[in-house]
Design a protein around this ligand. Structure first.
Ligand code: SAH
Length: 362
């Protein structure tokens, strides 16, 4: 290093740049610790414990409610510090009283998101991501590499495992139900008239246990709602609702309906499979002037609010869904799939935070 009159200052700047860069590496690497801290809050049901204490609780209160061994109280304090830094809880007062934030308020009550977050953070779904580097090195076979990141880790596809393992199936279905109950409340309240008004019959295709169809049926009792999903899912569907359940394979055929609803389905599949599904949908709905349409709820990358957090979640979701060979599409990518499936037009409504609603017309 050459020492100049202001050499000292230059070297300080260089060092601080290095230290900032080092910080960035740790910040990215420890994102996994942030997730695991959140996972332990879900496992221990800390949000429920705070809620149980009227929305404000000390570490001792939480420890008692979640039945921790008293020897772990100092560690719980450290966990709570992480969860406070990451915005899951807030803290105030000399005694460190923890409260729910808008985020953790979504972990308690009847329409909570705890099940979908627990699903994403379950070991069966986390472990495959440790093999992403290896997966990138594998050659994609000429016929399209069907070995997704999930299958590389577990030797079978997610849908095969769900068919075989009732506990895993319940993890997936309950996760989906929790997301549907939450988001469909917003959809029915804010956009229901536009989407479902005047629709005679609606099919929730690959609708899981049918929470979305139930929400639509409750808000719009005049719409005849049905759900189609794989046999092992339909077998667990609730009985005695206004919603009819049909077992089947959407790649084979799709039952007739005025409107077909596809929530969190097409992002699981590559373009070729999406075109097959959408072609089957087109056969099942009436022409555009008779009200036929497909309603999609998925991410449109680049649509919606353009702040850093929305953009980051969209990019992360796209990388995430790669684990089943899925993809989050931008507008041009969606358009290509719609046109190839023979549809004439579409309308994107970027109204669900990081997700959008898309109406597609035959
Ligand atoms: N739409 C629901 C579930 C999304 S998860 C929701 O958003 O809550 C994807 C769903 O696709 C699962 O329920 C899965 O069982 C279903 N699925 C997968 N392959 C299918 C196929 N070939 N035919 C019909 N449904 C299928």
């Amino acid at each position: 290093m050459v020492l100049t009159e202001n050499g000292h200052q230059c070297s300080d700047q260089a060092s601080s740049g290095l230290l900032d860069a080092q910080l960035d590496l740790y910040w990215n690497t420890f994102a996994v610790i942030k997730s695991m801290a959140f996972k332990s809050a879900l496992d221990l049901r800390i949000a429920d414990a705070i809620h149980h204490h009227g929305g404000a609780a000390t570490v001792a209160d939480i420890a008692t409610t979640v039945s921790l061994h008293p020897s772990k109280i100092p560690c719980l304090r450290r966990l709570m510090r992480v969860l406070t830094v990451s915005g899951i809880f807030s803290v105030s007062g000399e005694e460190n009283v923890y409260e729910l934030t808008p985020a953790s308020r979504l972990l308690v009550g009847s329409k909570n998101l705890a099940a979908i977050m627990s699903m994403i953070l379950h070991p069966t779904l986390v472990v495959p991501f440790l093999g992403v580097g290896d997966w990138f090195r594998r050659e994609t076979a000429a016929d399209g590499d069907k070995t997704c990141i999930f299958k590389q880790a577990h030797g079978e596809s997610l849908w095969e495992l769900a068919d075989r393992d009732a506990a895993f199936d319940a993890l997936i279905n309950d996760g989906m139900v929790s997301d549907s109950r939450f988001i469909m409340d917003v959809v029915v309240r804010e956009h229901g008239e536009e989407l479902f008004g005047g629709v005679g019959s609606l099919l929730d295709l690959a609708g899981g246990l049918g929470a979305a169809a139930q929400a639509i049926s409750k808000g719009f009792p005049e719409v005849r709602c049905s759900v189609m999903d794989l046999g092992h899912v339909v077998a667990k569907a609730p009985r005695g609702t206004n919603v009819e359940y049909v077992a089947g394979d959407m790649f084979e055929s799709v039952p007739l309906a005025d409107a077909i609803f596809l929530k969190w389905v097409l992002h699981d599949w590559g373009d070729e499979d999406c075109v097959k599904i959408l072609k089957n949908c087109k056969k099942a709905i009436p022409p555009r002037d008779a009200g036929g349409k497909v309603i999609i709820m998925d991410i449109v990358v680049g649509a919606g609010p353009s702040d850093q957090k929305h953009r980051e979640v969209q990019a992360l979701f796209d990388m995430y869904i790669m684990f089943v060979n899925g993809i989050e599409r931008d507008e041009q990518e969606w358009k290509k799939v719609f046109m190839e499936a023979g549809f004439s037009g579409y309308k994107i409504m970027p109204v669900l935070g990081f997700r959008s609603i898309i109406e597609v017309y035959p």
